[in-house]
Design a protein around this ligand. Structure first.
Ligand SMILES: Nc1ncnc2c1ncn2[C@@H]1O[C@H](COP(=O)(O)OP(=O)(O)OP(=O)(O)O)[C@@H](O)[C@H]1O
Length: 277
């Protein structure tokens, strides 16, 4: 396991023995994961396996019942460097009910970088403009976000996170429901971030155009890490064992060797079915 051997303090973000319960039910169990500086990590797994819960835990939104999360080496509750973190939540809408322009929403991504109620500095404005360029929404910056399509709203939220110039970036299923050309735009954007040295944690069911960027793949099953290793192709993640909660017991020698890239099961396989409604 690469994650267990990586020293937690050298990681951009790390969780050690992390367990989380929601609504009285254990959701994450004994998670050990250290994301190295500059790494592009794809977090995959079936519906309800705990991907979003893990990301929310890494950004401090879920309390741990056991274990510890460290951000750039510091415990979350002490001096966490939030201004270095960007987070795009799952299925988020950029429309809040209050009419806001694309520019205003993206500019709100500078909030952690400036003193409250101060006007935007020149540096703030240029970061906002760069972020709008990157997601291709500069021409639409005066429009109300409520008038944009779902995919465009998603790009507004990505731009908002980019405007904060994060060096650790969490994206929870940014490609869900996004058409292929927009997935390619996102891949180009994340490729630039990666080239600039950012650490990226991406939750996805399918990698599609993002696949070439991925350095490491972690697959969750039933609140545990079931695979942690080199990138897997979408079909390997899906077909080999993700959707299948049982291990297959083959007679030794009856199967051809699966080679180096076969998934390594690191946790005992639990046969509990997902209980999510
Ligand atoms: N606030 C909550 N209270 C109780 N249970 C929750 C809560 N949020 C999530 N869960 C449960 O935690 C489990 C993991 O959910 P999570 O959203 O992390 O999975 P996921 O892998 O991200 O799934 P998806 O691919 O559908 O987004 C699910 O069984 C879900 O029902």
């Amino acid at each position: 396991m690469t994650s267990a051997s990586a020293p937690v303090t050298d990681a951009a973000v790390a969780v050690r023995d992390g367990s989380v319960a929601l609504g009285g039910r254990p959701i994450l169990r004994g998670i050990d994961l250290a994301v190295r500086d500059g790494e592009f990590l794809a977090l995959m797994g079936a519906n309800g396996s705990g991907k979003s819960t893990l990301v929310r835990t890494l950004v401090g939104l879920n309390p741990l019942t056991t274990g510890e999360v460290r951000l750039f080496g510091a415990p979350l509750d002490r001096h966490a460097a939030w201004q270095r973190v960007g987070y795009v939540p799952q299925r988020a809408s950029a429309a809040s009910g209050v009419p806001s322009s694309v520019w205003e929403v993206v500019a709100s991504g500078r909030l952690t970088r400036r003193r409250l109620l101060r006007p935007l500095s020149r540096a703030d404005r240029s970061a906002v403009e760069r972020a709008l360029d990157v997601v291709g929404l500069r021409d639409r910056r005066r429009e109300s976000v409520g008038d944009l399509s779902g995919g465009q709203q998603q790009r507004v939220l990505i731009a908002r996170a980019l405007a904060g110039e994060p060096d650790l970036f969490f994206l929870d299923e940014p490609t869900a429901g996004v058409d292929l050309p927009n997935q390619q735009i996102l891949a180009d954007t994340l490729g630039h971030l990666k080239d600039d040295g950012a650490t990226i944690v991406l939750v996805a069911h399918e990698l599609g155009p993002l696949a070439p960027l991925v350095d490491r793949c972690v697959v969750m099953r039933d609140g545990r890490i079931a695979y942690d290793g080199p990138p897997l192709a979408d079909h390997e993640v899906h077909s080999s064992w993700l959707a299948e909660p049982h291990t297959h017991h083959h007679h030794p020698g009856s199967e051809p060797s699966t080679g180096d890239r076969s998934p390594q099961i690191s946790a005992p396989v639990d046969t509990t079915e997902d209980e999510r409604p």
